[in-house]
Design a protein around this ligand. Structure first.
Ligand code: ADE
Length: 239
């Protein structure tokens, strides 16, 4: 059985930190933050560059982080320097803390290795801090990954406009493995026979004149039979 840790700190490098708050500050993840089981910090690479030109009074200073790719090609890339400065800042901050700190760096990219629940459980077990680097535009200068070694990961075979959604998926998946995040730890899916089909009241649902019943085994009170049924359901759905 996996060993679950009590705490996880996420550090997210992103050009769009505001895009995270609505999801992370709701429900289970909000409660977990309040209970100090998980913690999030955001770092904008723009905060690590000097203004290239100051525009009129009303306009904000122009904080450039993107450039054209060498060798040609469409779009723009995020430059290495602001990313490296942000990562150095994060690592120094973590390492200042006297506690032993194990850090995992994740570089998000549609061409990375597939992120899985097993990977998430491994990270929860072995690391105290997860640094997630979100890309935008056509990607990040490859030297960032060369200097700050980590795992290049993708959440699926599709291309998102940026890494922010992928980061949220990973944060959510890793967080629910932290002990105490799900009120009752038995809820962690992989630790039980999770049937893909679940039912709650009413026992008989009437919709458009048709009746939809709850499988009788679930009403039987026979826990061994119920577990057997759930295991069968889970198996047939490859969960
Ligand atoms: N950035 C863009 N698409 C992505 C994906 N599928 N996974 C991770 N990061 C991404």
């Amino acid at each position: 059985m996996p060993i679950y840790k009590n705490n996880m700190k996420f550090h997210v490098v992103t050009l769009f930190p505001e895009s995270f708050s609505s999801y992370l500050n709701e429900s289970i993840l909000a409660r977990a933050q309040k209970n100090k089981l998980i913690d999030f910090k955001f770092y904008n690479p723009r905060d690590f560059v000097k203004p290239t030109k100051v525009q009129t009074k009303k306009d904000k200073p122009y904080l450039r982080v993107d450039e054209k790719p060498y060798g040609g090609g469409p779009g723009m890339l995020i430059q290495a320097e602001p990313m490296l400065k942000a990562l150095t800042f994060i690592k120094n901050k973590i390492e200042k803390n006297k506690k032993a700190n194990k850090i995992k760096i994740i570089h998000l990219s549609p061409s990375g290795k597939k992120f899985t629940n097993t990977y998430a459980a491994g990270v929860t077990k072995k690391f105290d801090h997860v640094i997630i680097v979100c890309g935008r535009y056509e990607g990040i200068d490859a030297r960032v990954k060369k200097i700050f070694k980590g795992d290049g990961l993708s959440i699926g075979d599709y291309v998102l406009t940026g890494g922010e959604l992928a980061a949220l998926v990973m944060i959510d998946t890793i967080s629910r493995q932290v002990k105490g995040v799900l009120g009752n730890h038995d809820s962690v899916e992989e630790m039980r026979n999770a049937s893909p089909d679940v039912y709650t009241r009413p026992e008989i649902l009437v919709f458009n004149g048709k009746k939809y019943k709850v499988p009788t085994v679930l009403l039987s009170g026979n826990h061994a039979k119920i577990e057997e049924w759930r295991a069968k359901q889970a198996k047939s759905s490859n969960l």
